[in-house]
Structures are given as structure tokens and as C-alpha cells.
Design a protein around this ligand. Structure first.
Ligand SMILES: N[C@@H](CCC[C@H](N)C(=O)O)C(=O)O
Length: 279
């Protein structure tokens, strides 16, 4: 048996993408870990799958697995890549597509050959819905990690994010504090940890330690969550450019109840076929 796949990336956050509309696929956590393995598999941060939509308003269903084999709710860089995949594979020729995820419906628009713009929906700020253990909703929460208190913001973009403001992302303790935040007991579903440096009212630097992966060159939902945290704190104007290790994303949010818009690139790296022993 062989399975067609496409390797894609958005700002260096990389994906193996499968069409499960025209080929049959039954991903198990062990199979996902094998595909994501950079020595024994293809190698990626996330595996993305396009399926037939269940919701009548959606064109396709979009599923995401982290490299550790866990299925998750959303992926911002991935959604741009999936839209480009559907277009380039001839599965959906229009310049916009509506995708259904476990986090709801997402509308993706092609801006030009390089840039894709996504309506990521409104951020979720109610702690119980993130989920984050807190007695009431706040802009900043004190979180104790290994005896040290940090002020974080907690935001869900369908998936959970903790955002910590730092002076400089070069010296931010991403490798040490990232995994401790990821598995902090106040985030029962674990969390993606963003380290944000505010440069001006319309620019910031961001590094993200992703749940189920580790630090990646970029995280789209992480950039949306960091922008929202920065706007709620009045550090940013409604449009901000965030520079991640892999490149820049432009995020626009007009406030409470409004959708977060994310604009950035999506690129195909290569196409291939998985052969025996891979499933
Ligand atoms: N890289 C992604 C986020 C992927 C999922 C995340 N690791 C999670 O567990 O929620 C992005 O670009 O948003």
C-alpha cells in the first residue's frame, strides 16, 4: 500500500499533509509519531489531514495531530497550509475555503501567491473554557512555577496558550520554563507557552514552546493569542506584526467578541508516497 502526502511549512513550522477524502486513512497515535519522526519517518511538527466535511457550512474537515501523537483542536500555520494544499491539489479551486475543526469553523482566504489570510474566530478568555484553573477572568494571572511567581495571560484560540512577557526573546528561558508551563497543573489539557517581547505598539518578538512538540520556529495560534494578550494589556494597537524565529505574521483584532485575523505564508516543500511499513 502507498499513501500520497505533501510536506509543507509555514514560517518553518512544518507539516505532513494527507488527503483523506480520496484515500483511506486511520491515524493512530503511534502512526502519527512515526510520520513525525525526523529520522525514521518523514519529519514534522504536526500531521494535518483533510477529510469530508460533516458541517453543512464547511467545505472540508481539518484535523491536526502534534508530533507526540495527540490530536489537537487547531493550528494556525497549518490552516494556511491546508488551504493551499486543497487549492494546489485541485480539491478546492476557489480563493477562499471554510474549514471545520474541533474549535469551530475557520474561513481562509488567499491574498496572493505567497500570503494567506485566516479568520481565526474570537479568542476564548473565560478560564474554564481555555481550560485554565482560576476563580475569575483576569487580564493577568499569577502562576507559580518551581517556587517562582510569573504573571501570564491565558487565551484559547481553540487551543490553549499561556503568554509570558519577557524583555528579550533571545534570553527568554524557553527551553527550561517552556516544558514546565506546558505541563502546569492549572492547565488540565496542557498548554502552548509563548514568550513575548513588546518592541513598540505595532511590533513584537515571539518564541513559542508548543504543547506536544517543543519549541517550533513559529506558531500561528500562539501569535494570535500573544497579540490578543498584548492588546488586552494595551501594549499593542489593533494591528501588530509579530516576528517569530521563522518569520513574520500580521495579526489584527478589534476587541472583545471580534474574530482574530492572521496573515502569513504557506509553502509546499515536496510531495511523496509512503511505502510499506509506514502504517
Ligand atoms: N503550530 C501550531 C499549533 C499546533 C498545535 C499546538 N501545538 C497545540 O497543541 O495546541 C500553530 O501554528 O498554531
Amino acid at each position: 500500500m502507498t499513501l500520497a502526502f505533501t510536506k509543507m511549512q509555514g514560517l518553518g513550522n512544518d507539516f505532513v499533509v494527507f488527503d483523506a477524502v480520496n484515500q483511506s486513512l486511520d491515524p493512530t497515535p503511534a502512526w502519527i509519531r512515526h510520520i513525525a519522526d525526523r529520522r525514521y519517518g518523514i519529519g514534522c511538527d504536526q500531521v494535518l489531514v483533510a477529510e469530508t466535511a460533516r458541517h453543512s457550512a464547511a467545505d472540508f474537515r481539518y484535523r491536526i495531530w502534534n508530533a507526540d501523537g495527540q490530536e489537537v483542536e487547531h493550528c494556525g500555520n497549518g490552516v494556511r497550509c491546508l488551504a493551499r494544499f486543497l487549492h494546489d491539489q485541485g480539491l478546492h479551486r476557489a480563493d477562499h475555503v471554510t474549514l471545520e475543526t474541533d474549535a469551530g469553523l475557520t474561513r481562509v482566504e488567499r491574498v496572493d501567491d505567497d500570503q494567506v489570510r485566516v479568520d481565526m474566530g474570537p479568542p476564548v478568555l473565560d478560564p474554564a473554557a481555555i481550560p485554565f484553573k482560576a476563580t475569575s477572568r483576569r487580564v493577568g494571572y499569577e502562576l507559580t512555577v518551581a517556587g517562582t511567581a510569573y504573571e501570564i495571560a491565558a487565551v484559547s484560540m481553540g487551543n490553549p496558550h499561556a503568554i509570558l512577557r519577557v524583555d528579550d526573546i533571545e534570553t527568554a528561558p524557553v527551553a527550561t520554563l517552556g516544558p514546565r508551563l506546558e505541563s502546569h497543573p492549572r492547565f488540565p489539557n496542557r498548554v502552548n507557552a509563548g514568550f513575548l517581547a513588546v518592541l513598540s505598539r505595532d511590533r513584537g518578538d515571539l518564541r513559542v514552546y508548543e504543547r506536544g512538540v517543543g519549541e517550533t520556529p513559529a506558531c500561528g495560534t500562539g501569535a494570535c493569542a500573544a497579540a490578543v494578550a498584548g492588546m488586552l494589556n494595551d501594549w499593542f494597537d489593533p494591528t501588530v506584526t509579530l516576528a517569530l524565529t521563522g518569520g513574520e505574521l500580521v495579526i489584527h483584532w478589534q476587541g472583545e467578541g471580534q474574530p482574530v485575523w492572521m496573515t502569513g505564508p504557506a509553502e509546499t516543500v515536496f510531495e511523496g508516497r509512503l511505502v510499506t511499513g509506514a502504517t
